[in-house]
Design a protein around this ligand. Structure first.
Ligand SMILES: Nc1ncnc2c1ncn2[C@@H]1O[C@H](COP(=O)(O)OP(=O)(O)OP(=O)(O)O)[C@@H](O)[C@H]1O
Ligand SMILES: [Mg+2]
Length: 512
């Protein structure tokens, strides 16, 4: 019996100047979890947009055969109607609407043009139960974390009676616990006969859930690996993705560590909106020249709030404390002043805060350091182009040139543009917030190499990351943060997943 639910045959998709997909084939079996992997810009998201009708029939070549029939989707709704639902790489919920409103947005429970709120909320409750959420359907989306938002997206998919669920990097911004919950849900769906296609750069997760793995490289299918027929290691997946062995995930660093270059003393801040809630409590942090310092913690520990409040009070209310650069007190009360004091902050939220999306790679790269490309306050176009070209090749940004608008870049390549911008601002202290989110293994290595280079130049690096192996692989020292407090400081030799988790747990107990 043929158990194929989907076959994409010889798909070719071209954008002006770029061939994003070339004769790609994908065959998915009914009821399996099929992973799609590949480097940034390999074409994964594009392939799924072709499948779901975001790119309509006629805008690509090749065939989509779903449940035995050749399909021609003109719009997203056409694919949804027959059970194909896509959850995009960037979350698409409306923050100021409730969970219930979001789930039925565009698909309202209406009779004669009047929405039945009772039905909406009752059905929302049932759907939330299926994905393991206990929130009230009235809760605003902005008031729940990203992990739960991702589950709301899945509940929304279920409301459309899904047969083939497509998830584009669903766990990229989730912590381990939320990721596990989501992956377990996919396994449960598999038991119910729902097919999933999942795109992810987290290869350990892929190995955990996938039945088959299709690898794309440079817009072409490299191979489909069957996880039941062969023993599939992460190394095998990587080798297929990048076309060579990657011996080591973290480049070695042997930089002598110098004097303190950055110090934050007695840092306190209150919640941006709930103004009587203190979110940061007396935080003290130091970074020395040539040192890479990590901040570990669970989602919601206050790490981003800390970084943003230090970087020009971009977050918080009643922010207080002192900041020293090279032992001199500095004013960081605005972003401009923070930059002038030598700080740079690479945000975790590249779409909202990191990029001017409808502008080019060129302008985004130089945005934070116009002085660096100007002569007597006049921008030198040639210099600007040279800078952008250099970073584009150094970070291997995949685009058809520096004049491409960043909105059209793949997720991982957008992240690399954000990094270029802050690297070019030539900071003394670089604060990185989830710098490798959505970045492929090969490019991660490049980014770690750049971090090492900064350290070698005597700069200080402060890195927030939810990926513990990354912190352990790159940092000289790790602070552990929990509930707005620093609860431990671990030198490289003492830091491990266990010691970090133990520090978090112990601080939780102490409070009770
Ligand atoms: N709308 C568009 N216009 C022009 N080029 C595009 C557009 N969308 C994607 N591309 C290009 O197509 C290629 C494939 O992009 P795609 O988003 O599919 O990559 P991806 O494999 O999902 O990468 P990532 O892991 O970074 O998300 C990239 O070179 C990208 O720049
Ligand atoms: Mg993508």
């Amino acid at each position: 019996m043929d158990n194929t639910i989907l076959e994409m045959r010889s798909i070719t998709k071209t954008f002006p100047g770029v061939k994003a997909l070339e004769n790609v084939n994908l065959k998915v079996r009914k009821g399996e979890i099929h992973a799609l992997v590949g480097e940034n810009g390999a074409g994964k998201s594009t392939l799924m947009k072709v499948l779901s009708g975001v790119y309509p029939t006629g805008s690509y070549e090749g065939d989509i055969v779903y449940e035995g029939e050749t399909r021609h989707f003109k719009v997203l709704k056409d694919s949804e109607e027959i059970g194909i639902v896509i959850i995009h790489q960037e979350l698409a919920l409306v923050p100021l609407l409730s969970i219930g409103e979001n789930i039925f947005l565009g698909n309202e429970n209406a009779r004669n043009g009047v929405i039945s709120w009772e039905e909406t909320y009752n059905r929302t409750k049932q759907l939330l139960q299926k994905v393991g959420l206990r929130e009230s359907p009235n809760t605003l989306v902005t008031d729940i974390g990203v992990g739960k938002q991702q589950l709301v997206e899945i509940a929304k998919a279920l409301s459309k009676s899904v047969k083939l669920l497509i998830l584009d990097e669903p766990t990229a911004s989730l912590n381990e616990k939320d990721s596990d919950a989501l992956l377990n849900l996919l396994i449960e769906f598999r038991n119910q006969g729902i097919t999933s296609i999942i795109i992810s750069h987290k290869l350990n997760e892929i190995r955990k859930v996938a039945d088959q793995i299709t690898v794309l490289r440079d817009g072409m299918t490299v191979k489909t690996l069957d996880c039941h027929a062969d023993e599939i290691s992460e190394d095998i997946i990587i080798k297929n993705m990048v076309g060579r062995d990657l011996a080591d995930r973290y480049p070695p660093r042997s930089v002598p560590i110098g004097e303190t270059i950055f110090e934050v003393k007695n840092w306190n801040a209150y919640h941006q909106h709930h103004r009587d809630r203190q979110v940061l409590h007396n935080i003290n942090v130091t970074v020395r020249k040539g040192e890479v310092v990590g901040i570990a913690g669970l989602m919601g520990a206050g790490r981003t709030e800390f970084a943003m409040s230090v970087f020009g009070k971009s977050y918080g209310h009643k922010v207080s404390g002192e900041v020293f650069v090279d032992r001199k007190a500095v004013d960081v009360s605005t972003v401009r002043k923070a930059i002038d004091a030598g700080l740079a902050y690479v945000t975790e939220d590249r779409k909202q805060l990191g990029l001017v999306l409808n502008d080019t790679i060129l302008h985004n790269t130089t945005l934070a350091n116009l002085d660096g490309i100007s002569n007597n306050s006049v921008i030198d176009d040639i210099k600007e182009m040279k800078v952008a070209t250099d970073y584009r090749s150094k970070l291997r940004i995949r685009s058809h040139g520096i004049f491409q608008e960043t909105v059209n870049l793949s997720g991982g390549n957008q992240q690399k543009v954000v990094l270029s911008k802050w690297l070019f601002s030539d900071p003394e202290i670089l604060i990185l917030d989830e710098p490798t989110r959505g970045i492929d293994v090969g490019a991660k290595y490049e980014i770690y190499t750049i971090i090492n280079q900064l350290a070698a130049d005597g700069k200080g690096v402060l890195m927030i990351s939810s990926e513990m192996p990354e912190l352990l692989g790159t940092c000289d020292r790790i602070y552990v943060m929990n509930e707005g407090r620093i609860v431990a400081e671990l030198p490289k030799g003492e830091a491990s997943q266990e010691t970090i988790m133990r520090a978090i747990m112990r601080s939780g107990e102490k409070k009770q």
